[in-house]
Ligand binder design. Structure first.
Ligand code: UD1
Ligand code: UDP
Length: 373
């Protein structure tokens, strides 16, 4: 009998945890693998929310988040810490997800030790190294080192081929975010209390259309965040809408939103929601305003119109499917595009259709088989 393949999954932020827990569940349940998990805790609270819901217990926790961390200091801590874990674990493969500092440093630390890297959500490209910043460069760096590229869509796979990556190393798997969404929806179906804490807000805002808002992108700090806050403030003047805004823990986001939006009747500025409650918010929202990557993927699957407050997107599939629209970070434009969806039922209905451009919920199973091959 051959010994199980040792897979070290490395992640550190909320979106990585959401997109990797389905794979970790699958690895843990399969005797062909020895699953090991290392979290950097680049995010502390928002990561822990996901670990707890998903029942993932890391074997290593670097606990390295610092308040308002700079990219260079964060990257230095990550590279040293993750290198030590890889030395101690001696895995056959290191799995990283997406484009965060943790993913980039995890891949680099593995590459320095000649450990093969498997990249989940490979091949996303906006074509602009400043949008999103620094993620566009992080994922390109990972792409140059990875041995296995798990592209969520054909578009992502084509982008990798254009960069002369060996086609035999590229596999279209779907995005594991849809696996996660299916899993959490099933959990909520069995235990509705998992997503029940929004009920008081739902009561308070009964009869109004709910706009869900999230924002956190570094390239939007400063002027962009201020413009987003001003747009939300203007929209909240309408008596027919209410805004539910789970505010990211990044102090650069919180300071602006608290300053410009606190105390408004129609605006609930709330703490980051755990995943079941965020799934509930997606469910009750009339539309979403966001600069998030993951939300751009979840909203089409649920048929929720999503206005993307960014200049470009590496996820064109949502726009092509008609559920997402790029609106930038100009305050007047955000207000105008949102008002159009609120006031033009035909325009709303055209966007409010469920599509599955990002996968069918079986991405982790495909990845598992490719890791076993
Ligand atoms: C990071 C990722 C980004 C991803 C985003 C998801 C990088 C460079 N950026 O951005 O790709 O889209 O996560 O949310 O990897 N904080 C807390 N508690 C938390 C999380 C964050 O207090 O649970 C605060 C801390 O002050 C921290 C700051 O937010 O220093 C920034 O966190 P960081 O991970 O560096 O950047 P994000 O903007 O969250
Ligand atoms: N999310 C969550 N709670 C929130 C906001 C978002 O659980 O209050 C989830 C959301 O469903 C998605 C992921 O977090 O799966 C997106 O994370 P984020 O926007 O922080 O990062 P990005 O996807 O932009 O990298």
């Amino acid at each position: 009998m051959t010994s199980p393949r040792k897979i070290l999954s490395v992640f550190g932020t909320r979106p990585e945890a959401i997109k990797l827990f389905p794979l970790v569940h699958a690895l843990e349940a399969d005797s062909r693998f020895e699953s090991r998990v290392c979290v950097s805790a680049q995010h502390r609270g928002m990561l822990d929310q996901v670990l707890s819901i998903a029942g993932v217990e890391p074997h290593h926790d670097l606990d390295l988040m610092e308040p308002d961390q700079s990219l260079d200091a964060l990257t230095a801590r990550l590279l040293t810490g993750l290198g030590q874990v890889i030395d101690s674990e001696q895995p056959d493969v290191v799995v990283v997800q997406g484009d965060t500092a943790t993913a980039m440093a995890g891949a680099l630390a593995a590459y320095y030790r000649k450990v093969p890297v498997a990249h989940v959500e490979a091949g996303l490209r906006s074509g602009d190294i400043h949008h999103p910043w620094p993620e566009e460069v992080n994922r390109k760096i990972i792409g140059t080192m990875a041995a296995l590229h798990f592209a969520p869509t054909d578009t992502a796979a084509a982008a990798l081929r254009r960069e002369n990556i060996d086609p035999a190393a590229i596999h279209v798997t779907g995005n594991t975010v849809i696996d996660a969404l299916h899993w959490i929806t099933g959990q909520i179906g069995r235990q509705p209390e998992l997503a029940a804490d929004l009920a008081p807000l739902e009561g308070r805002f009964a009869g109004r259309r709910i706009i869900g808002v999230t924002t956190h992108r570094r390239e939007n700090f400063g002027q962009g965040m201020e413009a987003i806050a001003d747009a939300v403030r203007t929209l909240a003047e309408r008596p027919d809408v209410a805004v539910v805004f789970p505010v990211h823990l990044n102090p650069n986001v919180r300071a602006v939103m608290n300053d410009r939006l606190a105390g408004l009747d129609n605006v609930a500025l709330i703490e980051p929601l755990d995943y079941p409650h965020f799934a509930r918010l997606l469910d009750i929202a009339h539309l979403m305003l966001t600069d998030s990557g993951g939300v751009q993927e979840e909203a089409p699957a649920l048929g929720k119109p999503v206005l993307v407050m960014r200049e470009t997107t590496e996820r064109p599939e949502g726009v092509e499917a008609g559920t997402a629209r790029l609106v930038g970070t100009d305050s007047a434009r955000i207000v105008a595009e949102t008002a159009r969806l609120l006031d033009d039922a035909a325009a709303y209905d055209r966007m409010a259709r469920a599509h599955n451009p990002f996968g069918d919920g079986r991405a982790s199973v495909r990845i598992l088989e490719l890791l076993a091959a």
